[in-house]
Design a protein around this ligand. Sequence first.
Ligand code: FAD
Length: 318
Amino acid sequence: MAEVLVFVDHADGAVRKPTLELLTLARRLGDPVAVAVGAGAAATAGVLAEHGAVKVLTHEAAEYADYLVVPKVDALQAAVAAVSPVAVLVSSSAEGKEVAARLALRIGSGVITDAVDVEAGEQGPVATQSVFAAGFTTKSRVSKGVAVITVKPNSAAVEAAAAAGTVEELAVTFSEQATGTKVTARTPRESTGRPELTEAAVVVSGGRGVGGAESFAVIEALADSLGAAVGASRAAVDAGWYPHTAQVGQTGKSVSPQLYIASGVSGAIQHRAGMQTSKTIVAINKDAEAPIFDLVDYGVVGDLFDVVPQLTEEINTR
Ligand code: FAD
């Protein structure tokens, strides 16, 4: 059976959920072979085997320590040469997309980014993308070389499947570029204790209807009751009520959670572009004619300051 490379996203051996989603999708295309690099790479093997990895190629080296991209590209290139896969799947983070693009260039392949689904096709893997502000769904395939595809987090439900997960050391020769860059300073962002927006299973967003920075506490309280990430519309971000890193939409982040709750968001096309592929969409808006109601699974017409606290209280009592 054909082999499919899955690039593992992990923190010191703890595998992140988007990688398990990639393994689930990879099994539709062939036998998943995971590539894990950096400190703790070998420790990822157990969980990867439980999710269908027939083989885990690992490589630990100091070069990976500073979150630099090129050493990872070197490793993936070595894995492609060793395995000759039908596809390489990478998670659609900012880093993942850079790794995928550089890899595709190196190996002379086409790259498809931000796929929301992947399936086997007669002429190779077919990726589904949501494009033009989510107005269209396209299916594409790479017509040259190995298909390099980045997949948005939360695009697939994780399914466990036991496989051998045989660990093999990957031989990597670092390129000149890998050692040509050094991290000179690092400023950690203050942690909110909430999940990362693009990976969260639940996102609670606030828009202009929230009315001010302090009022975002109402949105945060609902998010915390659900273990959710907080998102914001551009109007809320531009007003300085919430950080730019939380912006959802065409010029913000693209999210695809199981549940997206929009409060005081009108549903402009540019906002939809970043959340339309969410599995279940709920909106709370006091205007029954707001465009967001055209796309919701559940809508509540009401003042968010009445509805959201009641919702939070109800969830907290369960
Ligand atoms: P509004 O459109 O003003 O809607 C506020 C909503 O809140 C209204 O529907 C109102 O009925 C409701 N409301 C008010 N008070 C309450 C209350 N008390 N209770 C309940 N409901 C209430 N926007 C993005 O979000 N993300 C992007 O990435 C983005 N990129 C853009 C890129 C370009 C090139 C351009 C031109 C625009 C972009 N925009 C983006 C802006 C976008 O067009 C909208 O202006 C923006 O999404 C509106 O934000 P909003 O829904 O919060 O505000």
